[in-house]
Structures are given as structure tokens and as C-alpha cells.
Write a protein that binds this ligand. Structure first.
Ligand SMILES: Cc1cc2nc3c(=O)[nH]c(=O)nc-3n(C[C@H](O)[C@H](O)[C@H](O)COP(=O)(O)O)c2cc1C
Length: 325
């Protein structure tokens, strides 16, 4: 059983040399700057292996006009537009207030130019942050967010530039809105990323039939939640093919709401699993997912999460397993 302060010990793992108490990573944009959910009684950052802060740019941003979020069947659309107070503010005012004994904190970096990505990464490099995630896949920023993530050449340029200014673990977050995610993953690995996050949101829109207007102020938004889970699983499976020979770990994400979902992502090749949208309707989902994964490991005779990663059986192997008796 889990005590009040820490996940079961079988859930511990190493991610890019960092100690994670659980494979759960709380995802960018869904937990503010790491402090938001700690105001909820019973919630603890200690239940997560890591917490990713809201996307941060060099200058402060107000974000997009409303509506910014819209609930859809089995998911939600969002077009926040990277609202944030700017990198200097995050480093000087927000990071000092975080309790680094609770969990690992990861910055999430965005930019409209390669230089901006590098400058924000440099600012975080000089901070106590544990790792830096580069968001080359945000679909909401007109000035380049889409382009960087959707073109392998541009993705590689961003990763190279950020790599030059930090030795901290660098995680590149890939977009599902592109033709060949494998090629993009390969180029990001060559450019020096230490890990990959798979996937960001899928682009979508919602229309109000009565007014015949788009519901989201930005017209298009990113779809997250259970609706995208099958797509995310396939993308993790595909990226694992490319990443495994290089020993590059993946944070699998997209629609995880239960322990079984998390286990599926681990089997597909994820070393850690992200939870974002599910927190909005159950802030205590982490404890449940932790306990469920620990139970699955126990029932399967596995001593650690690492033993489960990438254990997908091929069709042939599955046929070899007796179905009865
Ligand atoms: C409201 C909202 C804001 C988000 N903001 C960011 C962001 O700033 N940077 C980023 O890389 N991803 C952002 N994302 C994407 C999530 O981090 C995550 O990759 C995606 O939602 C898929 O996971 P989920 O289905 O568990 O939510 C955001 C998602 C939501 C729902």
C-alpha cells in the first residue's frame, strides 16, 4: 500500500540520470508552474516522478482571446496561446518557491525563433531546474510553433541550438501533426536530445451550429484527453523503434486516465508516462495510477517499472502463448 507521502518503491526509476519516485510526469499546461495543485488538500507533488511547468517564452505572453478551452466527447480542445510571465520571472520568482525535495521539476520552453528557444534554455540552464523540455509542437502559436515541430530540419535546428547552451537533460516534445514522426525523432536524437516526449495535442476545431462561428477564439486548438490515446500509443510505438537503439527514453502521453492506460504506454516503449487532462476531472488520479501500476507489476511478477518498458509482444509471440489450459 502507498503511504501518504511516497509511491510504492517498485515504481522508482532513473530518467536521464534523474531519480523519479514514480513513472508519472504531470504535463505542461495542466499544473501551472508546479504549485497550482498543491493548494488542493490531499494532492502532493510527491506522487509524481516529475512535474513539467507551463510553457515559457522569453517575453511575457497574455495568450489567446477566449474561448480558450472547450470540452469535446472524450477530451478537450485548448488554445491557451502560451500565456506565461516570461522566462526571467519564472527563474527569479517562481522557481525559488518550489520545493525540490518533493519531485523533479522540468521547464517547458517555447519560442518563435531558434534564438529565442536557445535564450530561454540558457536562462533555465542557470537555474536549479532538473531538466528542460523543448516544446516544438505547440499548435497554438502562429509565429512558428507549428513549423518547428512539423519539419524535421527545423526541429533539429532548435534541438542543436538548445543543446549548445545546456548540459541539463534535454527532452524534445514531438508533434503528432506531422507526416513521419519517426524521421523527426531520429533527427532530434542526432541533434543531441536526451529524451523524447510523445505526443503533444492533435489539432482540431469546434463550431457553434447556431451562430456558425468557431467556438475557440483562435479557431483551432489542441485536442487532448482519452480521444487521442490510440494515436498516442501508436506514435510511442513508432518512436520507440527509433529511440531504443540509442537508449533514448520516452515520456509517453496522450489521454492517460487509468493505471491500465499507463501500463499500455510502458509496454509500447515509454519509460515514463504523462498525465495532463485527466487531472482536470480527478486531481487525485496520480495515487490511483501509482497503486494500479504497482499492482500490475506484482501480479506480473515484475520487480520494477523498467522491466515492463517495451515488452510489447509481436503477433507471432502472442500466438505462441497458450490461450487456455
Ligand atoms: C490546457 C492545456 C495547456 C497545455 N499547455 C502546454 C504547454 O504550455 N506546453 C506543452 O508542451 N504542452 C502543453 N499542453 C499539452 C500537454 O502537456 C499534453 O502533452 C497533452 O495535453 C496530452 O496529454 P493529456 O491527454 O494527458 O492531456 C497543454 C495541454 C492542455 C490541455
Amino acid at each position: 500500500m502507498t503511504d501518504n507521502t511516497s509511491p510504492p518503491s517498485s515504481l522508482r526509476l532513473k530518467f536521464c540520470g534523474l531519480d523519479f519516485a514514480s513513472p508519472i510526469v504531470l504535463l505542461s499546461g495542466c499544473v501551472g508552474f508546479g504549485e497550482e495543485y498543491t493548494r488542493i488538500q490531499g494532492f502532493s507533488n510527491r506522487d509524481a516522478g516529475a512535474v513539467v511547468l507551463k510553457g515559457t517564452t522569453l517575453a511575457p505572453r497574455l495568450g489567446n482571446p477566449p474561448h480558450r478551452v472547450y470540452e469535446t466527447p472524450a477530451g478537450m480542445l485548448n488554445a491557451i496561446g502560451l500565456q506565461n510571465p516570461g522566462a526571467e520571472h519564472v527563474v527569479r520568482r517562481i522557481l525559488p518557491a518550489l520545493d525540490f525535495s518533493e519531485t523533479r521539476f522540468i521547464a517547458n520552453v517555447s519560442g518563435s525563433t531558434v534564438e529565442e528557444y536557445a535564450e530561454v534554455t540558457r536562462l533555465f540552464d542557470q537555474s536549479p531546474i532538473d531538466a528542460i523540455e523543448i516544446n516544438i509542437s505547440c499548435p497554438n502559436v502562429k509565429e512558428g510553433g507549428v513549423a518547428f515541430g512539423n519539419y524535421p530540419d527545423m526541429s533539429a535546428q532548435v534541438v542543436e541550438a538548445c543543446r549548445r547552451v545546456t548540459k541539463k537533460p534535454l527532452i524534445t516534445k514531438l508533434s503528432p501533426n506531422q507526416t513521419d514522426i519517426r524521421e523527426n525523432a531520429r533527427r532530434c536524437i542526432e541533434a543531441g536530445t536526451d529524451a523524447l516526449a510523445v505526443i503533444n495535442t492533435m489539432m482540431g476545431m469546434a463550431i457553434d451550429a447556431r451562430s456558425r462561428r468557431p467556438i475557440i477564439g483562435n479557431i483551432q486548438g489542441g485536442l487532448s484527453g482519452p480521444a487521442i490515446k490510440p494515436i498516442a500509443l501508436l506514435k510511442v510505438h513508432q518512436v520507440y523503434d527509433v529511440a531504443k537503439p540509442h537508449g533514448i527514453p520516452i515520456i509517453g502521453q496522450g489521454g492517460i486516465t487509468t493505471a491500465t492506460d499507463a501500463v499500455e504506454f510502458l509496454i509500447a516503449g515509454a519509460t515514463a508516462v504523462g498525465i495532463g487532462t485527466a487531472l482536470f476531472y480527478d486531481p487525485f488520479v496520480c495515487k490511483k495510477v501509482n497503486d494500479g501500476i504497482a499492482e500490475y507489476l506484482r501480479e506480473s511478477g515484475l520487480g520494477s517499472v523498467a522491466a515492463l518498458v517495451g515488452t510489447l509482444r509481436s503477433g507471432k509471440e502472442v500466438q505462441d502463448v497458450p490461450v487456455s489450459g
